[in-house]
Design a protein around this ligand. Structure first.
Ligand code: 2M8
Length: 423
């Protein structure tokens, strides 16, 4: 059935999506989910702003502005901006990150010390593109421009840990694909034993303990760039993070035209990232590179399709990537796109980023398909995503075989991006 064929159903779905976003709005930002994620997350807010830009334009602007209120003086946009009024139910919360003790963090706005995929320039472009009030839109672009430029400068300097133009993530949480099997090997290699963080000794082998240990180590080093470069034991060049960064560089080049700034540095940055992706992460497919081990991580996940977001990727790369998508991700799953290759040993249909399908990555791939003129793939991804939310609601993620909803309900980016798909 064509998922877009029934106007009444579309209206009801749109209403339901707006209800979720209204319920998750705190007055200054949209939380991903009221119970499980009661603060503001960085790339979630970018997706929410994109989804709201055609329905609640001013709120889309507020969403990004409240995120930028948490930006550090280094330019880093933190992955969580904490709401001091929220129940302290999320771990690790502000008392673990202690951003207030770091001179680079903003005063009075508690945040995490990590970042997340830099989709924000794309979101600002969306807001600009769909504004009815062009003066207000221009003012918004001018206001956010310095934040975006600082964010990109931070990535190009403090995060080019491999020295070849790509940004490295220094924690799995920075990828947004938290428990992806791509991070299993670098996590397993962490030298955890013997490091006491003041809370307890680390003897456990669980992923969660390793995530927290890594965050604490970075915190205890004062969140410094020198420590990241020379000592931090987790540094990975992720194709999704860098594909999104590249797309945002292109958005910045376009936004430069809007405000009469020079767009060339951002076009050049996009070219540098494209060169880095091809030279360092491409081996018949895109893989993440473990900078500490000095090798590619040989597992194909949804992250490997991030570079498709670049409309300038050569056909010799786009062709095999689309073939891989069709044969190992779309073909074997009834409800695409699974977050890990279905035949991989690590694939798990029930566990977050180890198998389930997600609305945000489906949406990103749909954008990528549109950018390459792949109309059939673009339509398939839109239809499949709308089918998921129609059948299971705005869940956090979905079983890729039977479409059953997983994770929390009333999840913001699932609702927001549905609005964009319906638009
Ligand atoms: C998940 O990540 C957080 C940590 O940042 C968590 O598991 O607690 C991921 O799905 C991430 O991509 C997302 O931004 C976040 C909030 O929705 O949840």
């Amino acid at each position: 059935m064509d998922a877009r064929s029934a106007p009444d159903e579309d209206t009801a779905l749109e209403r339901a999506a707006l209800d979720v976003l209204d319920a998750n709005w705190t007055g200054t930002a949209t939380v991903p989910s009221v119970g499980r994620y009661p603060h503001q997350w960085s790339w979630d807010s970018a997706f929410v702003a994109i989804g709201l830009s055609r329905r609640r334009w001013s709120r889309a602007c507020e969403e990004l502005l409240s995120l930028f209120a948490g930006q550090w003086s280094t330019g880093m946009v933190p992955h969580i901006v904490f709401d001091p009024a929220a129940r302290d139910s999320y771990y690790p919360g502000p008392s673990i990150w202690r951003s207030g003790e770091c001179a680079a963090a903003p005063r009075g706005v508690p945040t995490s010390g990590l970042t997340q995929p830099p989709l924000h320039a794309c979101a600002v472009w969306w807001i600009w593109r769909y504004a009815r009030d062009r003066d207000a839109a221009l003012a918004f672009v001018r206001r956010t421009w310095p934040c975006l430029v600082a964010q990109h400068r931070y990535l190009a300097s403090a995060r080019d840990l491999g020295g070849e133009g790509l940004a490295a993530i220094v924690h799995p949480w920075e990828s947004g694909l938290d428990d992806s099997p791509a991070w299993d090997a670098p996590l397993a290699a962490l030298p955890m034993v013997g490091y006491a963080c003041g809370l307890e000794d680390w003897r456990s082998d669980s992923h969660h303990d390793r995530w927290v240990w890594l965050a604490l180590r970075y915190r205890d080093a004062g969140y410094g760039p020198g420590y990241l470069r020379d000592e931090h034991p987790f540094a990975v060049e992720d194709p999704m993070f860098n594909g999104i960064w590249l797309a945002s560089c292109l958005a910045l080049a376009d936004l430069a035209g809007v405000i009469g700034a020079d767009g060339r540095p951002f076009e050049e940055a996009a070219e540098r990232i494209r060169g880095g992706l091809l030279a360092r992460l491409w081996e018949g497919a895109f893989y993440a590179r473990d900078l500490r081990a000095g090798s590619l991580i040989p597992i194909r996940t949804i992250g490997g399709f991030g570079p498709l977001l670049d409309p300038g990727m050569p056909a010799t790369v786009v062709g095999p990537l689309v073939e891989l998508l069709e044969s190992c991700f779309l073909g074997p799953s009834g409800y695409p796109v699974p977050s890990c290759e279905v035949r991989a040993l690590q694939f798990d249909r029930e566990r977050y980023w180890r198998g389930p399908s997600w609305v945000n990555t489906n949406w990103l791939l749909r954008q990528a398909a549109a950018g390459h003129g792949l109309g059939a793939l673009e339509r398939l991804l839109a239809t499949a995503t709308l089918r998921l939310v129609r059948q299971a609601g705005f869940r956090e993620c979905f079983d890729p075989f039977d479409g059953m909803g997983r994770g929390c309900r009333d999840f913001s980016w699932s609702a927001a991006l549905t609005l964009d798909l319906l638009a």
